[in-house]
Design a protein around this ligand. Structure first.
Ligand code: KIV
Length: 260
C-alpha cells in the first residue's frame, strides 16, 4: 500500500485529516504545506468552467488539471475525481482509472456512489487503484442539494452504503451534506476515515472547495466558512492596475530586464 495512504489510515481516531481541492499548480503549492489530501475535484465544472453542474466535465479536463496540480504537490496525497460516465461499467472504470493514474501520477481516484457501484470500487482496488468513496449528496447522481440522513431509516441506509464501500476496498470516504447524527454513526462504525463536507465535526477529516473558502467562487452554502474575500482583493488590485495604466504610472519609466 502507498505510504501516503497508510499515513491517512493511521490518522483515524488520532488526528484530523485536512483536505482541500485544487485545480492548478499555483493553488496546489500553497495548500500542499497544510493538507493531508489534495483533491482535483470535478467541482471544477461549476467553480472554474461556470457549468451548471458537474456532468459535462471530461476525463481530458480532469487529467489536464491534475497534471497542473501534481506540479505543485510535494507531500500531500493527490486524489483525482473520476468524472460522470467515466466509470459506468467495470471495463470503462478500469481503463479510465489506469489512464488517470498513469498520466497524472496521482495517488488515488474518487468515485461517487450511486448505492449500486460497489463492484466498481472492488474492481479498481483489485487492480491496485486506490479509491476514495463519496456518499450523501453526490452531484453526479443527485440533482437536489439537501441534507441527508434525517431519519433512522435514512441513517441505516447511509451506514449500509458506507460499509459496502469500505468492504469493496475504499481507503476513505467523503460524507457530503450528511446530518450530525448520521456522520457520527458512520464515522464510529467504519475502520476507514470519513472526510466531511457540509456534514459534522465528528468526521475524521474535513474537505472544502478552496475557491469557496477563499471567497472566489460566488457559491457559499451555509456550511462553507469564508476565510477570505479574495474576490474583493482581486477587484481592488485590478482597479489599482487600471488606474496606473491610465495615468501612465505603470510600467515604470526605465528599462528593466524581463525576469523575476
Ligand atoms: O468535486 C469536489 O470538489 C468534491 C468535493 C466537494 C468533495 O467532490
Amino acid at each position: 500500500m502507498n505510504k501516503k495512504i497508510r499515513k491517512i489510515l493511521k490518522k483515524k481516531n488520532r488526528s484530523k485529516i485536512v483536505s482541500l481541492t485544487a485545480y492548478s499548480k499555483n493553488v496546489a503549492q500553497i495548500i500542499d504545506k497544510y493538507c493531508d489530501i489534495v483533491l482535483v475535484g470535478d467541482s471544477m465544472a461549476n467553480v472554474l468552467y461556470g457549468m451548471k453542474n458537474t456532468h459535462k466535465i471530461t476525463l481530458q479536463n480532469m487529467i489536464q488539471h491534475a497534471l497542473s496540480v501534481k506540479r505543485g504537490i510535494k507531500k500531500s496525497l493527490l486524489v483525482v475525481d473520476m468524472p460522470k460516465g467515466s466509470y459506468k461499467n467495470i471495463n470503462t472504470a478500469k481503463k479510465n482509472a489506469k489512464l488517470i493514474m498513469k498520466v497524472t501520477k496521482c495517488d488515488a481516484v474518487k468515485i461517487e456512489s450511486n448505492n449500486k457501484n460497489f463492484n466498481i470500487v472492488k474492481a479498481l482496488t483489485k487492480i491496485k487503484v486506490p479509491v476514495m468513496g463519496h456518499i450523501g449528496f453526490t452531484p453526479q447522481f443527485k440533482r437536489k442539494f439537501k441534507l441527508e440522513g434525517d431519519t433512522r431509516k435514512k441513517i441505516d441506509d447511509l451506514l449500509k452504503e458506507a460499509k459496502l464501500i469500505e468492504k469493496a476496498g475504499a481507503f476513505c470516504i467523503v460524507l457530503e451534506c450528511i446530518t450530525q447524527n448520521a456522520s457520527k454513526i458512520i464515522t464510529n462504525n467504519l475502520n476507514i476515515p470519513t472526510i466531511g463536507i457540509g456534514s459534522a465535526a465528528s468526521c475524521d477529516g474535513q474537505i472544502l472547495v478552496t475557491d469557496d473558502m477563499l471567497g472566489l467562487s460566488g457559491f457559499y452554502p451555509k456550511f462553507v466558512k469564508k476565510y477570505l474575500s479574495l474576490d474583493r482583493l482581486i477587484d481592488k488590485s485590478v482597479k489599482k492596475y487600471t488606474r496606473d495604466v491610465k495615468l501612465n504610472k505603470f510600467p515604470a519609466k526605465k528599462n528593466f530586464l524581463y525576469g523575476r
